[in-house]
Design a protein around this ligand. Structure first.
Ligand code: GLU
Length: 518
């Protein structure tokens, strides 16, 4: 294994090897739920991933369940990967999921909303510097003038000696006053946290029970880089304390960071929130869910025509379950049932087939006005124009007819296309039917039936009677009757049932279509 990979994985490996877990079924006490303040702290490096959406949802529900506050904090200190645009995209995704926050960037203009701002870490650098100075003065941190090359050499030597590649304080640590002078004179130095006492730490994790971090798991770690940029673990701990966060529910991959954060709280005498580390979400191959599994961002699912209610409900169940095993839960039910005792510490598997099923359930249950509002952008995107849809009764009929064939909103265009005259054409699939000698007879009789029909609309029963008369007049039955009529209505021999489509089409448009066949 390459040294860098080992360095990155070491905390996790050490934890897996040495952690002792004690699972407790501690009931919620007043102290665990008092003044609940939870946060979602995304790094804005792209669209919101479903894993992030789950973290946001759980924190949101927890706040609502206990009458607390949900805070959005943007962790954008990694200047190479964070972008303003990503922050905006993630805010849009959270709005789409209807996971509103009480404090954080105002979704309208991104200004700070709430008493503990700024809520973007890139605007809190002075605060971090202030706390780094407190650590320096209390002897919990030191200026480290060693170069990257020197540090790499130290790590390589440790690995060669079979030891974890942890950096410890240099023997000749520069006294603070002198270090400050050198830094003021332009020398570069990181501010490194000094792990003075090697002892075990235990975090009472709300998902996993007690997790023991062995004493030798971390060495001295950087709080402020030599270029002046503060590091995630440091910012996160300072912000959680200053923003008075009471509970942190976040992904399991942050478990090893928790140790460093606990050390920071302790050294600064700050109160630590309670932690709960959520299990991984895996793809169908049991590997961590990633882009190669297909859609993984909320934006992907939005474009694929999923409803945010369905996606929320689905991700709710990826790591949590309801006490009575019910799966479809309204937002109100989710809030009233949500407690950390129902988190599942085993990994969740992301099953898009199940999501699709859940989406179709939600889609069918939507009131038709609402369903139409959601479908319209998809029809527009597909370039469909359906003037009949102005009529609420027509819309109602069309949606009743089509919604059971829809699993996502993106299924709508191919169903509604049959109702758009401008899209009608006799398709190549109809070539065989066109060639049958019976077809001309059927079309002529169908045209005559239409012409003599008084009203502009044809009911299902009227259509059945018209079909019977065409059968008699043309002297044709079976597929040689039905297929040509289908071609005259939808331009192809296969598609939605005619008894559903014909009542949705105007007589005038049916006439135009059959004339195109003749
Ligand atoms: N910014 C971190 C991330 O996006 C979250 C850290 C945390 O929740 O403590 O993974």
């Amino acid at each position: 294994m390459k040294t860098t990979g080992f360095v990155l994985l070491w905390p996790l490996i050490a934890w897996v090897l040495s952690a002792q877990k004690f699972y407790s079924e501690a009931p919620l006490s007043a102290s665990t739920t008092k003044n609940v303040r939870v946060r979602f702290a995304p790094s804005p490096t792209g669209y919101l991933h479903v894993g992030g959406a789950r973290t946001a949802l759980y924190n949101f529900l927890y706040a609502k369940r206990f009458g607390g506050q949900f805070i959005l904090r943007v962790e954008d200190t990694d200047l190479e990967r964070s972008t303003e645009e990503s922050m905006r995209m993630q805010i849009e995704d959270l709005k789409w999921l209807d996971l509103g926050w009480d404090e954080g960037p105002n979704p309208a203009d991104y200004s700070d909303m709430g008493p503990y701002g700024p809520y973007r870490q890139s605007r809190r650098k002075e605060i971090y510097m202030d706390y780094a100075n407190r650590l320096l003065e209390a002897g919990h941190a030191y200026y480290d003038f060693r170069t990257d090359a020197e540090l790499d050499a130290i790590k390589d030597a440790l690995v060669k000696a079979g030891k974890p590649p942890q950096i410890d304080a240099p023997k000749d640590m520069v006294p603070l006053a002198e270090a400050r002078k050198r830094v003021a004179a332009g020398e570069q130095a990181a501010i490194r946290f000094h792990v003075k006492e090697k002892r075990d730490y235990v975090v009472q994790d709300l998902v996993r029970g007690d997790v023991r971090f062995p004493s030798d798991m971390v060495g001295d770690f950087v709080c402020i880089r030599s270029n002046g940029m503060p590091v995630y673990n440091f910012c996160c701990a300072i912000d959680d304390a200053l923003m008075k966060i009471t509970h942190v529910f976040r992904a399991e991959e942050h478990l090893s960071n928790t140790l460093r954060q606990m050390m920071i709280f302790e050294a600064l005498g700050l109160e630590s929130p309670r932690f709960g580390h959520l299990s991984f979400i895996l793809g169908s191959d049991k590997q961590k869910l990633s882009k190669r599994h297909g859609a993984t961002s909320c934006h992907d699912f939005k474009v694929k025509g999923y409803l945010p209610e369905a996606l929320n409900n689905f991700i709710l169940l990826s790591g949590w379950s309801s006490p009575d095993g019910r799966e479809i839960l309204s937002r109100e039910e989710q809030i009233s049932l949500f407690t950390h005792e129902r988190f599942n510490s085993a990994p969740a598997v992301f099953d898009e087939t199940k999501l699709l099923w859940m989406n179709s359930m939600y889609l069918r249950a939507l009131p038709h006005d609402e369903l139409w509002k959601r479908i319209e952008p998809f029809l527009k995107e597909a370039g469909l124009s359906i003037p009949q849809a102005q009529d609420a009764q027509w819309r109602d009929h069309a949606l009743t007819a089509f919604k059971t064939s829809m699993q996502t909103l993106a299924d709508a265009p191919k169903l509604f296309e049959a109702l758009d005259d401008s899209k009608f054409a006799v398709k190549p699939e109809a070539a065989e039917v066109k060639g049958w000698p019976e077809s001309q007879k059927v079309w002529a009789a169908w045209k005559a039936e239409l012409s003599s029909h008084a009203a502009n609309k044809i009911s299902e029963t009227e259509f059945a009677a018209m079909q019977d008369r065409v059968k008699e007049q043309a002297g044709v039955k079976g597929k040689h009757l039905f297929m040509p009529i289908r071609v005259a209505v939808i331009g192809q021999p296969h598609g939605t049932e005619l008894k559903i489509l014909v009542p949705l089409l105007d007589k005038s448009s049916l006439l135009k279509r059959v004339e195109m066949c003749l």
